[in-house]
Design a protein. Structure first.
Length: 209
């Protein structure tokens, strides 16, 4: 039996239509449209979120310290010099001061109504002992041994030591007392001899009226 002619593949007309240039362009336009919609949705969401955050900043109620009267640079600042006000978060400085520290002074001239912030306040970095010293005095720590403790902080005392004909120091002010020692504020001229007397042995303090 003689062989027939070879078979040839012919694409279906439907396949040709599905791959037509017009159909491809329409699909690209559809994808682009969905991309634009998605981008707009993201922008709207971010804008709404920013608007809500900004509204929250204006609705907040934050306590701030406001200066009652003007203060010159270097003037002391205390709790009685400020009042508490409540303001929206948007009007509150980031470095607001929550409380006035002990021994604070104005870093610059501050007009009345200034909201107090940390950079506007100069803090006293000295120790409690240094802050307690009267002007013109220095602190000296003395050993009292097991002698009864009669003096209290703020008392005026004289210092006596064995081998001395008279007081080592007079009119010293008690700054701090411990079990076997005492810290006195003495005149600068008496500091060296007072410390030397304590190095030689325990000293006694005589409380003045």
């Amino acid at each position: 039996m003689p062989a027939g002619p070879p078979l040839r593949f012919r694409p279906s007309p439907a396949v040709g239509r599905s791959r037509s240039p017009g159909r491809a362009r329409a699909r690209r336009r559809q994808v682009l449209a969905w991309a634009v919609v998605a981008l707009v949705a993201v922008i709207v969401a971010r804008t709404a979120s920013a608007a809500r955050a900004d509204a929250a900043r204006w609705q907040g109620d934050v306590a701030v310290l406001v200066l009652e009267e003007s203060r010159s640079a270097g003037a002391p600042l205390g709790p009685d010099d400020v009042r508490v006000e409540h303001r929206p978060q948007a009007q509150v400085p980031a470095e607001r001061t929550r409380s006035i520290p002990h021994g604070a002074t104005a870093a610059i001239r501050l007009p009345r109504g200034t909201v107090i912030t940390d950079p506007l306040v100069r803090r006293d970095r000295r120790s409690a002992t240094a802050r307690a010293l009267p002007a013109g005095t220095v602190a000296v720590a003395l050993r009292t041994g097991d002698l009864p403790r009669l003096a209290e902080p703020g008392d005026s005392v004289d210092v006596a030591a064995p081998g001395w004909d008279g007081p080592v120091a007079t009119g010293a002010t008690v700054v701090r007392t411990d079990a076997d020692s005492i810290v006195l504020a003495v005149d600068e001229g008496d500091a060296a001899v007072t410390a030397a007397a304590s190095l030689a042995g325990p000293v006694a303090v005589v409380v003045r009226r």
